[in-house]
Structure formats: C-alpha cells, structure tokens
Design a protein around this ligand. Sequence first.
Ligand SMILES: Cc1ncc(COP(=O)(O)O)c(C=O)c1O
Length: 348
Amino acid sequence: MIPHSRPTIDETDILAVSSILKSGNIAQGDMVENFERELAGYIGVKGGVAASSGTAALHLALIALDINGKDAVALPSYVCTAVLNAVNYVGASPLLIDIHPDTFNMDVEDLKRKLTPRVKAVIVPHAFGLAADLEEIIALGIPVIEDCAQSIGAAYKNKMAGSFGSISIFSFYATKVITTGEGGMVVSNSEELLRKIRDLRDYDNKESYITRYNYKMTDFQASLGLSQLKRLNTFIEIRRSIAQKYHNEFKNICSLPVNHSKDSKHIYYRYTVKLRCDVESFLKLSKEKGINCERPVFKPLHRYLNLSGFPNTEHVWEKAVSLPIYPALTEKSMNTIIGFVKNTVAGL
Ligand SMILES: Cc1ncc(COP(=O)(O)O)c(C=O)c1O
C-alpha cells in the first residue's frame, strides 16, 4: 500500500532521540527549550511554548486570550474536528465560516457577513499548506489565532505564516511536515501571552492554584523536532518538486490546487485536486489499487453540527481528493499514482 502520509525519519533523527533516551533526562527539559527557541527563530517571532499536541496548543491559546462560555470563536467548516474541539474545551460557541472554493481557505466575505460582537477570536488555518489571506482578517481587529498545523514554512507577503496572528499554533503529529510523533507549539510576539501559556502547560510547583494542564512535550520528542527542523526547507523543496510533476501530469484532467495565491506560496502539505468524476468511486478504486488517497477533510464541521449554508465547503468536499505527497515518496510510487489517476479519471 502506498500510504497517504509518511514521516521522513533518517539516522540523524534516530541518533538525536537515542542520545536523549541514554541521557536519563527524558521529560521536559533543555531540548524542549532549544526547540522552542529554534522554531520561534525560524518563524520570526519572540518566543514559543511547546505542547503535547496541536490541539493542546490551540486549547492553551484560547485560554490565554481569555475566551470563555460567553464568547464565540470563528473557524472554517472545512477543517478537522480538533479545531472545533478546542473551541468546545473552553465552552465558547463555534461560528462556522465557509471557504473559498479555489484556495480552500476561510472566505473573508462570509466571515464579515457573520461577525457579531460576541466573536472574540478567529482561528485561521492555512489549509493544506497554502497561507490564508490574513491582511483583511487581521484588519477586522479581532484576535487571530493562526493555525499552522499544516503549513509550517509557508510564507505570506514574504514573512512566515505564524508571525502575523496574536498567537499561532503548530502540530508535529506523525503525518505533519515535520514530526515529533505527537506534539505541538504555540508561538507569539507577546511576552505576556507566552508567560500565561507556559504557566498553564504545567501544573507542578505553583504558589497559587488555578486549573492548569499537563500539556508538556518530552525532551526526546523535542530532539526529534530539532533534528527535523534542520531539514524542513529541504522537505518543502521536495514537496514542491513532486507537486510540479503532478501539475504537469494532471493539468488537463482535474482542477489543480492553487499553487500560490496573491501573496502566498504553497508548501504542499497535501496535494488536493478537484475531480470531475465521482469521489467515492475514485477513493474506493485507489484503495483497491494499493494507493491510499483520502478526502482532504474527513467530514466538514457543519455536517457534524447539522448546519446548512456552506455551498463552497460542500462543493469542495464533494469534489476534492488528496493524493500522497511527502519526501519519502519513491519515484516508482509517484509514477504508480500518476498512472492510476490518469486511467481512473478517464474511466469514471
Ligand atoms: C488544521 C489543524 N489544526 C489542528 C490540528 C490538531 O493537531 P494535533 O493532531 O497535533 O492535535 C490538526 C491536526 O491534524 C490540523 O490539521
């Protein structure tokens, strides 16, 4: 089976992790601090706080912004349930927003139409590796949480995604562009927000009591993260070269992903195409042929919540599939995928 995602782990990663395991200091320590410093430096922000997952990072971000049950939080419908879960963890009401049918990012016009004074934060995921158009969203004056779970290394207006929001979060889950197995990070330019988040992440040895969390990352995860971060730019180059090959092969048979919008350039965390044939049949056939293609989002959030009025999200959900793309993809697998897509699209 050609997997849909696969981490790129080499000997330097294995050595980095094993040296920490041998050291005996395996919980949160110096390596976590190094990883926070390096990632914040790469993104170009003041600081970072590592967490146990991207979801934990989002949860901490919402608490740090004082979001609670009186508030609403805007987020797109076309995103995984982790984002909705974080909004629910703080008891806020989710306000679902439609997406743009080409970029798959939040539709700013729909956001503007739906905004109410209750909306105290907007979570803006950069969908599948293409930075969202942040300028107009930031101009609304509501705190923005950039969700860079899928877009580490993507740029917007020549600055890194993750350097614009009040707070930004990352995920290092096994399928992500760089991985620590499970893991996440919050970054910000606000010392005050970073201090709050650092305090909330760890419950131990505190003078006063408030509800805190055990959302820490371990040092052996952080040392894997540091080792992966050194190769991030290479990973992105390889992803872009695979995408270029897919573009050339598929340009006449399906709608290609927007490879750059006005101000942003794709890193191809996912290679998403809109098919002219039936998606369900395509996915079934792909599995029969040993290729694990998937829907980019398993199910849009408005469908879980039984809401209607998301025409673009519905259209994309009905038409889009995600093809395997990652640095560990072999030339042979790539050619198998290309042959399969060409034959199947012609036949269905
Ligand atoms: C856009 C987005 N946000 C948040 C998350 C949550 O990250 P994690 O799985 O590390 O909790 C994901 C995970 O896939 C994601 O895609």
